[in-house]
Ligand binder design. Structure first.
Ligand SMILES: C[S@@+](CC[C@H](N)C(=O)[O-])C[C@H]1O[C@@H](n2cnc3c(N)ncnc32)[C@H](O)[C@@H]1O
Ligand code: SF4
Ligand code: SF4
Length: 310
């Protein structure tokens, strides 16, 4: 059986939509191909999780330890979801984190969002006006600047997240100082371990673990005790296993031994049944056989994220 039940999880990570306005070169949205023999198919730009789904799928009364709900998927721009504000209001008893490229919508939206005191918006700003667009392609600096200043001026809680690349590393301190002046409450740096295209990430070494220790099942800075729900409503232990590529590697290893492959989808079963069911038990027993688990939770090849409070 999976070792963590829903009354023990501290965090839920949710991919609200398959839409995004930007075109970051190392995002999995780039070169997103669906192979002919794919078992698990999640096309881009065609689905989202509605407020109605959230109300039906999340048993709020059973989450005795849940504190944080993070809207941050593998392919989503959560601020494009047209019910985001209603969803955050519905989840008023939890800390809601929203990761965004910051380049969407208008002042009215950011002013409304700023009123929600349970919300923290993590703006992905990888440099300044002359560098941000080199990675955050399609994000217009003036719009981004207008959005974060509106949000902060209207009382919103904001964090500045900075992915360190060769082309922006000289701007870390300038951005950190600017983030203080602009009223961000946090500044964090990300050292990426992705295969980066068009841009060059600054490497950071990480120590390998002695054996696989599933980061979704204990208290740690990366995942905490958590589950990941993708934009189709499929439940995974973590976002790493839910990528287009890894979900299919895992799907092929599992095959159809639990009947139809979508046995871990919230349209077919409850969150409680899914995580206590056969499929998650199988995952738990076989973590060492999955490439993704060896990469992230044995070799520890994961982004290094460091938060600096103000
Ligand atoms: C796919 S994005 C979805 C949320 C939102 N669209 C955004 O970009 O913040 C999920 C996370 O991946 C981060 N990310 C994007 N490109 C990255 C890269 N090359 N290396 C590390 N993290 C990256 C984003 O900053 C965000 O925190
Ligand atoms: S903004 Fe986020 S989801 Fe959109 S392309 Fe960039 S990393 Fe991917
Ligand atoms: S990669 Fe595997 S071992 Fe690591 S958190 Fe995800 S499911 Fe757990």
């Amino acid at each position: 059986m999976w070792p963590i039940s829903i009354n023990e999880i501290k965090r839920l990570q949710i991919e609200l939509t398959t839409f995004c306005n930007a075109d970051c070169p190392s995002c999995e949205r780039r070169n997103y191909t669906i192979e002919n023999d794919a078992i698990y198919v999640k096309p881009l730009n065609n689905s989202e999780i509605s407020l109605k789904n959230i109300k039906e799928w999340l048993p709020l009364d059973k989450f005795h330890s849940l504190r944080e709900i993070h809207f941050c998927g593998n392919v989503d721009e959560p601020t494009l979801h047209n019910e985001l504000i209603s969803i955050c209001k519905y989840l008023k008893d939890f800390d809601v984190w929203i990761s965004t490229n910051g380049g969407t919508k208008n002042r009215l939206f950011w002013t409304e969002l700023a009123k929600l005191k349970n919300v923290l918006v993590i703006f992905g700003i990888d440099g300044l006006e002359d560098t941000n667009h080199l990675y955050r392609q399609n994000v217009k600096w003036k719009k981004l600047e207008d959005n974060y200043t509106t949000f902060i001026r209207e009382g919103g809680n904001a964090a500045w997240q900075f992915i360190v690349f060769e082309h922006n590393k000289h701007q870390i301190d300038i951005c950190r100082d600017l983030s203080v002046r602009e009223g961000f409450k946090w500044f964090n740096t990300v050292y990426s371990t992705r295969e980066n295209h068009e841009v060059e990430a600054v490497p950071k070494d990480r120590e390998k673990n002695k054996c696989i220790r599933c980061k979704a099942t204990y208290d740690n800075k990366e995942l905490k005790e958590s589950f990941y729900i993708d934009a189709l409503g499929t439940v995974w232990p973590c976002c790493w296993m839910a990528t287009n590529y890894q979900s299919n590697v895992v799907a092929k290893q599992i095959g159809y031994r639990f009947g139809h492959y979508l046995s871990h989808n919230l349209k077919y079963d409850s969150l409680e049944n899914i995580v206590q069911g056969d499929m998650f038990a199988f995952l738990w027993k076989n973590l060492s056989k999955f490439e993704v688990c060896n990469t992230h939770c044995l070799h520890n090849i994961s982004d290094t994220i460091t938060w600096h409070g103000m």
